[in-house]
Design a protein around this ligand. Structure first.
Ligand SMILES: Cc1ncc(COP(=O)(O)O)c(C=O)c1O
Length: 394
């Protein structure tokens, strides 16, 4: 809980799926690369050599947390870029083999809109439904595969509900049919033990700012032997996979964030899960008509998506903001547009249920005292919003 100046409210951040605060040790690790270690890693002189090793060490740290080989990690400018590269890059490289893509209806816009872009260009996309719990039946993937299928794409963990998809089963099916499988693991990295190999994925998208690293840096893991055209053409950086002088400071920060996540993963997962469950049980017990969206077991330990009856999430969100509590309605990328979440719609929620859904996503800094405060103020705020107020005390 951030210290509140007199007359103001304490600030509580429960929106870690949107972004995480950059870890102080990450800032410390990356700062020299904005200063004296300014070289271009492609330069062979002393200035270049002074940074090249740091990029490679970061690659090793990312690979270790993701369970892949360092040589399979391609640094990108974001998780979105990694998703775009996977979907468009594989589609382009396998165009002669076919034009059919299989995607779930709960993908992040970085994947979903890349698929839609390809639909306009003559590719066909089969969109797979999920059940009321947000889970995908993997046999649907097998049924949808045809001779012209060139890509299956399914996320590891959903950003809005935290629901985990059965990616190992999907990967196994895709491998049997020799179809590349792209897995968007942006929300899973650092929150659950991740094993690139065990997912059977050919490609996997990651992002630094969801794991206490800096914004504007991500990675695409590309399994050895997978064909995937580059998205950004130019120089030979990233072994010809992604042109452009590397964001060295961002990459170093990403590496440090992965090292820290690896050290704290087991303990933090248990701690955050306990806080999340206490928050959730507390809300369900205190707010009539509140219900959890998504499978209660197969989901990220930090996420709870709750529909509040008789309120619109945006009004509730603003009222909570006035009380210093930061949460989210739908994903951050779609807020600002008054469109109900396609993820919740795919799960079969009514427009009212989806319209009243708020995402609480916990992280490193959250404490029991913060959960106590939320449980004290939230039921009253919901009541006031229900009665038609803006949540402010009269
Ligand atoms: C599941 C998922 N994929 C991709 C992204 C995009 O990552 P970035 O913000 O690094 O572009 C996000 C970000 O919210 C996400 O949650």
């Amino acid at each position: 809980m951030s210290e509140a100046p007199a007359g103001t409210v304490p600030l509580i951040y429960l929106d870690h799926n949107a972004t995480t605060p950059t870890h102080p040790l990450v800032v410390e690790a990356l700062l020299p690369f904005l200063g004296e270690r300014f070289g271009n890693p492609s330069s062979i002189h002393w200035a270049g050599r002074a940074v090249k090793g740091a990029v490679e060490e970061a690659r090793e740290a990312v690979a270790e947390l993701a369970g892949c080989e360092p040589g399979e990690v391609v640094f990108t400018g974001s998780g979105s870029e990694a998703d775009n590269m996977a979907v468009k890059g594989v589609a382009s490289s396998l165009r002669k083999r076919g034009n059919h893509i299989i995607a779930t209806r709960v993908e992040h816009p970085a994947v979903a809109n890349s698929c839609r872009y390809l639909e306009h260009g003559g590719y066909e996309v089969t969109w797979l439904d999920v059940d009321r719990d947000g889970i995908l039946d993997p046999t649907r993937v097998e049924e949808a595969i045809t001779e012209r299928t060139i890509l299956v794409t399914a996320m590891y963990a959903n950003n809005e509900t935290g629901v985990l998809l059965p990616v190992a089963e999907i990967g196994e099916i895709a491998r049997r049919h020799r179809v590349p499988f792209h897995c968007d693991a942006v929300q899973a990295l650092g929150k659950v033990p991740l094993e690139f190999r065990a997912t059977g994925a050919s490609l996997m998208a990651l992002s630094a700012h969801k794991v206490y690293g800096p914004k504007g840096v991500g990675a695409l893991v590309i399994r050895r032997g997978t064909t995937c055209h580059p998205l950004v053409h130019g120089g030979s950086q990233e072994r010809n996979r992604r042109a452009g002088t590397e964001n060295v400071a961002g990459i170093v920060g990403f590496g440090q964030a992965c090292r820290l996540a690896r050290e704290s993963l087991a303990d933090e997962t248990a701690r955050v899960c306990r806080l999340r469950d206490r928050l959730e049980e507390g809300i369900l017990g205190r707010v009539p008509g509140a219900r959890v969206n998504g499978h209660r077991q197969f989901r990220l330990p930090n996420t709870s998506n709750i529909s509040f009856e008789g309120v619109t999430a945006d009004t509730l969100l603003m009222a909570l903001d006035l009380a210093g509590i930061a949460v989210s309605s739908g994903s951050a990328c779609s807020s600002g547009t008054l469109r109900h979440s396609p993820v919740l719609a795919a799960m079969g929620l009514s427009p009212q249920e989806a319209g009243g859904a708020v995402r609480f996503s916990l992280g490193l800094g959250n404490t029991d005292q913060e959960i106590d405060r939320v449980l004290t103020v939230l039921p009253e705020i919901v009541e006031r919003v229900k009665r038609g107020g803006d949540g402010r005390e009269a």
